[in-house]
Design a protein around this ligand. Structure first.
Ligand code: NAP
Length: 223
């Protein structure tokens, strides 16, 4: 695959033993306070957090930092038609510390763009396909000064990054229970690869455990 100029991407998630990142009813509460503290520490070190539209609609996260000193960062939402609610926390909560960028497509209605811009949201409109072209979006974000991104899901957006071999590092918390359910969102959704050799490979670089939680760190490895 051709190398592109892109931000360093760290996939960060908490999942159950059986690989689910939320229950079938959308309950996302997997992390304990210690885990949140670690994730917030990681947030303090990057230029942007990125999430998919599904995560905004289901969880309405603030994507902020509670536990550490920091200088703020961008919150980036990937939303092909600009359909997240205008009163989402990523729009209204502390935009002066965490400015929000929505990456969308030519399909986004102009009146919606104006509504979000009126809230000081930066809109990056790119490509006319059904979904945001994340591969070609990467150099655009890089040239905006975003050199590192913490990708915080959900499963559908994670698949787009995995499919295009864009993940440099993974930080994964395994929470000590099993939730099951084919409707429960997994760490990586999408169609998946047919063969093991097709998927990107990672090298395990760190294993930590405490209170029944396990934290794994991986780095991208050449095939
Ligand atoms: N445990 C954890 O660490 C964790 C972290 C994050 C999220 N979650 C959970 O994950 C769930 C949400 O995951 P999800 O899979 O439903 O949604 P998602 O991955 O957050 O968002 C997917 C949506 O993003 C939009 N999108 C635009 N361009 C895309 C592209 N190139 N590739 C992929 N998506 C693109 C699509 O909607 P449009 O086509 O309409 O734009 C797509 O449906 C929630 O239940 C949340 O709790 C858990």
């Amino acid at each position: 695959m051709k190398e592109i100029e892109k931000p360093y991407i760290i996939l960060s998630a908490a999942m159950t033993i059986d690989g689910k990142i939320a229950s079938r009813a959308g309950d996302p509460r997997l992390s304990d306070e210690e885990d949140w503290k670690e994730v917030h520490k990681l947030r303090a070190e990057i230029d942007a957090i990125m999430v998919g539209k599904g995560t905004i609609i289901k969880d309405n996260p603030k994507l902020h930092i509670k536990y550490h000193e920091h200088d703020g960062y961008y919150r980036i939402v990937v939303d092909s038609n600009l359909s997240i609610p205008i009163d989402s926390n990523v729009i209204s909560f502390q935009p002066e510390i965490y400015p929000t960028i929505i990456c969308t497509t030519e399909n986004a209605p102009n009146e919606k763009i104006k509504m979000f811009e009126a809230k000081n949201v930066k809109i990056i409109k790119f490509g006319s396909g059904p979904q945001v072209d994340i591969v070609n979006l990467m150099p655009i974000l890089y040239n905006e000064g975003i050199k590192s991104i913490l990708l915080e899901g959900g499963g559908t957006l994670n698949w787009s990054f995995i499919r295009n071999n864009l993940i440099d590092e993974i930080r994964l918390t395994i929470a000590p229970w099993i939730i099951g359910g084919k409707e429960a969102v997994s760490l990586v959704e999408g169609e998946g690869f047919a063969k093991m050799v097709e998927g990107p490979r990672f090298k395990l670089i760190e294993v930590n455990n405490r209170d029944n939680y396990v934290v794994l760190k991986y780095k991208k490895r050449d095939r």
